[in-house]
Design a protein around this ligand. Structure first.
Ligand SMILES: Cc1cc2nc3c(=O)[nH]c(=O)nc-3n(C[C@H](O)[C@H](O)[C@H](O)COP(=O)(O)OP(=O)(O)OC[C@H]3O[C@@H](n4cnc5c(N)ncnc54)[C@H](O)[C@@H]3O)c2cc1C
Length: 418
């Protein structure tokens, strides 16, 4: 089969009418193309949903299940915000993702997104915010610079020591990450997708593209197209195409207890916050009774996401406490409630990958979330679904070979991945 023939076959099998709600799709019927999505994290789950909504028959496979604790999507919360430096495409996708997160809340009848606003603090220059503002406003989103004195009045629980510029983003907030992954999978299964637990090995690649997937124990799965959304595992699945280009790094997150009867650090009074200093710290208010979350965005050491040591370390706690003491003095001695070790799935330039496998037209690689992908998964999912089903070209910005051919517009994202 030639490259074009395979693509044409898939397109001819495409169900033309996109459905507006997954409940209205009769998955698996007629000549619908069958797409297997490997990885039920944010990227794979929302891709599967996008495919199902466009009439494809979908099988979603994951080695440990949706939102599992090894995956990058498996945390309690993820920030959603639209300040994104100079990269306009992400701002477009944030705008679209806000819509899709809200639609999903209605459709799944559950809370996925908490609007708290975001408080942006810059101890040095605010170039990151300034370069983003034209894109944010063009997208109809709101972000305003506010005087530090106004921020001090509005948020007396924050000590603005050393802060020179403050920006306020009212629509921002946080997403219930692990819960959302489980809800997406539940919705998929309810609408007829097949959801399976299996550790998948890609099929061999020959002249006809990728062969059926190997599910272990001699089990094979044939589909018209395969999407690999395996986050930090993409390197081991595709050593020649991705290999060490994806760098999983060790990241620690901590939750601190807030004083009883003190509501200043709860989600009604405390927004999501980001602090650009020598290091970038960010956090989420106490929302679901889990505590006040604080994370250091600095990349940790390179790790293996399957076998890494997930025991939090003392030096990280010392740094977190010293930051709390300075920025949130009332929490200086707050008890540590919980700590988690997760991994970012960094691409070399911090941008995603959405592309066909270079030697297999029927296989797609989707990943490189680089510590900032969760919020964008809904927009990414519909984009990938359109590309896989031949309805639209994949966005060239996310090409796999961008780092080899010196394509323009690839400024590495050096600041803030969350
Ligand atoms: C500590 C931390 C904080 C973050 N904060 C933010 C934030 O505030 N805002 C934000 O937008 N983003 C944030 N991110 C980034 C975001 O969470 C990730 O970019 C996103 O979750 C990546 O999703 P993914 O689906 O690509 O990968 P994953 O979630 O890792 O999913 C990959 C899936 O593939 C499965 N898998 C792997 N190999 C196989 C195989 N062989 N067979 C079958 N299944 C397989 C795994 O089990 C896993 O479920 C953060 C990440 C971390 C770690």
């Amino acid at each position: 089969m030639t490259r074009m023939t395979r693509r044409e076959l898939l397109q001819s099998a495409l169900v033309a009418t996109a459905a507006t709600s997954i409940g209205s799709v009769a998955a698996g019927s007629g000549n619908a193309p069958h797409v297997a999505v490997v990885g039920a994290g944010a990227f794979g789950g929302w891709t599967a949903l996008g495919l199902l909504r466009r009439g494809a028959r979908v099988t979603l496979l994951d080695a440990w299940g949706a939102g599992n604790s090894l995956s990058s999507s498996g945390g309690e919360t993820r920030v959603i915000r639209s300040l994104y430096g100079a990269d306009a495409i992400y701002v477009d996708w944030v705008r679209r993702s806000f819509e899709l997160w809200r639609d999903a809340e209605t459709e799944f009848d559950t809370r996925l997104y908490q609007r708290t606003g975001a408080l942006w603090m810059f101890q040095g220059d605010a170039a990151y915010a300034k370069s983003s503002i034209p894109h944010v406003r063009a997208g109809g989103l709101v972000v305003d610079q506010i005087p530090v004195s106004t921020a001090m009045e509005r948020f007396p629980q924050v000590a603005f020591d050393g802060v020179q510029h403050v920006y306020w983003e009212p629509e921002a907030g946080y997403l219930l990450a692990r819960h959302a992954c489980l809800e997406v999978t539940r919705a998929l299964a309810g609408a007829g997708a097949e959801v399976r637990r299996a550790r998948v090995a890609p099929g061999a690649i020959g002249a006809d593209g990728m062969d059926p997937l190997d599910l272990g124990s001699g089990d094979r799965l044939h589909a018209d197209a395969y999407v690999f959304a395996c986050g930090p595992w993409l390197g081991s699945l595709f050593p020649d195409v991705i290999g060490e280009r994806v760098r999983p790094t060790r990241q620690e997150i901590r939750y601190f207890g807030t004083p009883a009867n003190d509501t200043r650090f709860g989600r009604d009074r405390m927004p999501v916050w980001v602090d650009f200093g020598e290091r970038v710290h960010y956090g989420v208010p106490d929302g679901e009774g889990r505590g006040f979350k604080i994370a250091d965005d600095t990349r940790g050491e390179t790790v293996d996401p399957t076998s890494m040591d997930r025991v939090p370390r003392g030096e990280g706690l010392t740094r977190a406490r010293s930051f709390l003491r300075r920025r949130f003095p009332a929490l200086a001695d707050a008890p540590l409630l919980e700590a988690r070790v997760c991994q970012y799935e960094n691409s070399p330039d911090g941008h995603f990958w959405i592309d066909r496998h270079p030697r297999a037209e029927n296989a797609w690689i989707v990943g490189g979330g680089s510590g900032h992908g969760f919020k964008l998964a809904p927009a990414l999912g519909e984009h990938v679904a359109d590309a896989v089903l031949g309805r639209a070209e994949a966005e060239p910005f996310f090409r796999l070979d961008r780092l080899e051919d010196g394509s323009p517009g690839r400024s590495p994202r050096t600041q803030l991945q969350g």
